[in-house]
Every structure is written in C-alpha cells, then in structure tokens.
Ligand binder design. Sequence first.
Ligand code: NAP
Ligand code: GLV
Length: 318
Amino acid sequence: MTMLLAITGGSDGWAPERWRERLRQHLPEMDFVIAGVDDFDPAAIRYAAVWKPTKGYLATLPRLSLIFNLGAGVDAVMADPTLPDVPLVRVATDDLTNRMSEYVLLHVLMAHRRQAPLASAQKRRQWDGRLQWAAKDLRVGVMGLGVIGTDAVHKLAMVGFNVAGWSRTPRSVPGIACFDGAAGLDDFLARSDVLVVLLPLTAQTRGIVDRVLLRKLPHDGPLGAPVLINAGRGGLQIEDDILAALDDGTLGQATLDVFNTEPLPSDHPLWSHPRVTITPHNAADSDAEAIAAYIAAQIRSHECGAALANVVDRTRGY
Ligand code: NAP
Ligand code: GLV
C-alpha cells in the first residue's frame, strides 16, 4: 500500500520529509512517496495526506481511495474542481480543539479585562483603574458550533460569560443560547458584544464578516463598541470593511488570526491599526504527532471495515 504526501506551506515541522518519518512510525508497512520529489507509479497510490495540494494533482491518481487533509479546514482542498470523488477526512483531534479554545479564551478575556488599554496606559505610566464588570455581563457570540465552536462555548460559559452560538442547522448546547441559519443570524448578532468566528470557509460563508454584518453588532454592552475575533479563515472576512468599521466606530477592536492573503503582506494597513491584534494563523499550531497517530488509527479501522470519522460532506463543503 502506498500513501502520497502532497504538502505545501506550513512550518519546518510540516515538511513532507518530516511527515514521512512520523507516519512511518505509525504505519511501518506503508510505502510513502512525496509529490514533486519521488518517482512513482500514479496507479500505486491508494491514500493521500495533503495540505494545500496543487489543484488537479489528486485527479492524476487513478486508484486513490482516501484523502486525509492535515488540518481541520478543507477549503484549500475543496477549491480543486477536479477533486476525486473519494472520502475526504479532516483533522478533529482533542489537541487541535483544545488549542483553538485556548486562543478564544485568551482573546475574549483580553477584551473583557481591557488588556489593550491597560497596556497602553502602562506605556504612559498612567494608573488607569477603570471600572470592571462581571463575565456574566459580557455577551459572547460564537459563529460555528462544530467540533471547535462547541468546545469553545463550553469553556467560555465555564468562565461565566453570557454565551450564544450560531450554526447552519439547529443545535442544542446546554446553557448556551443557540441560533441557526439566516433566520437566526440577526438576533444572534444583536446579542454579541464579542463576536468569535469559528466557521469553515465555504461558498455560503465566504465574505460573511462584512460591513452589513458588523453593523448588526450591539453598542450597549460593557465594552461600548463590539469586538471581532476571527480564527476561522481569512476568506470569511472583508478586510476593508473591518478597517472601515474600526475607523467609524462600528467596531471597537479586532483580533485576527487568518487573512485573505497569508502571510499578511507587510504593507497591509491591518498591521499598524492601533485596535487590531494580529496573530500569524497560529491559533492552533497543530501537533503533527497527534495528527499522524490519528491518520494511522483511521486507516487501521478503515481496513478492518469500520466507518471513517470526520468525513467531509462534499455538498455542504465542510
Ligand atoms: P466543524 O466541526 O465542521 O463545524 C463547523 C460549524 O460551522 C458547524 O457548527 C456548522 O453548522 C457551522 N457552519 C458551517 N456553514 C455554516 C453556515 N453557512 N451558516 C452557519 N453555520 C455554518 O468545523 P470545526 O472543526 O469546528 O472547525 C471550524 C473551522 O475552524 C475550520 O473549518 C477551519 O477553517 C478553522 N480552523 C482554524 C484554525 C486556526 O489555526 N486558525 C485551526 C483549526 C481550524 P452545523 O453545526 O449546522 O453543521
Ligand atoms: C488550520 O488552520 C486548520 O484548518 O487545521
């Protein structure tokens, strides 16, 4: 059995050679070939492990039966119009989920406890003991109640925030106000002092965070102006609209982990905006060892006839 590694981008730890080494430890009987490096017979490939593969490449493998995406978001794979019609499995590991929730908690707490104005007051040597409020007084809305969103809303609620979630189909999460679909969006937004975006990028969600949506966020919460946190995908947001919303007071601050162009170009105005926090798409720096173990476990159970977990629904796009 042969697995193709078609991996572009990522840190040094994401290099295809490193993936070959770590997958070999879990699947010693498997042969691994690297796209663009090794010579191989395309008909020998049964499995592929991919991250941002070149469009059209997977369609050249006539006996491909299973694709593993090395991340949670499959938008880069789904963007290939020639993607073979075989199961596409995405990453959903506790490690990745926990790291994403850490990011959400960190940045919601930073907004809640006014860490940015306190840090700038410190630079001015100013003792700025402004009023605090209780976590229950801050309404946090999470767009996306999937694997990551559900974990994040639980943890936000444990801190005491007044939490709501929004999904495509109706969801029920104890203790969380749940909204769904276009019909539920405005009511959800109207009670989101902090809006956390954890959606996948699909044809339906592309550009959803635009000026129209931002104007529906409330201004009667303790922060005064609403806060945006996007750790989903850059394609979900219209960056010019975010900048305009920050400048005209529609938005108080934004924390962005993901961008339409990554890395964010050094001359992009988001870098220098005083009320923007930028992180380099590392809300969750996935543990490659955990993902390798996850892929190996899925292959072993699949070869014994068990159903695969976390298979992407190609019609939904996530
Ligand atoms: P998931 O389990 O597939 O959950 C997706 C959620 O989004 C579901 O609740 C789904 O609704 C909702 N949704 C999808 N389309 C929608 C629409 N049109 N309207 C309303 N809700 C919609 O995904 P996940 O594992 O939680 O991951 C979410 C995303 O996080 C990934 O796709 C990826 O882009 C991003 N991510 C980013 C990083 C990072 O480092 N920044 C790391 C990991 C993941 P239903 O519940 O009704 O299906
Ligand atoms: C990272 O962005 C992922 O989708 O896992």
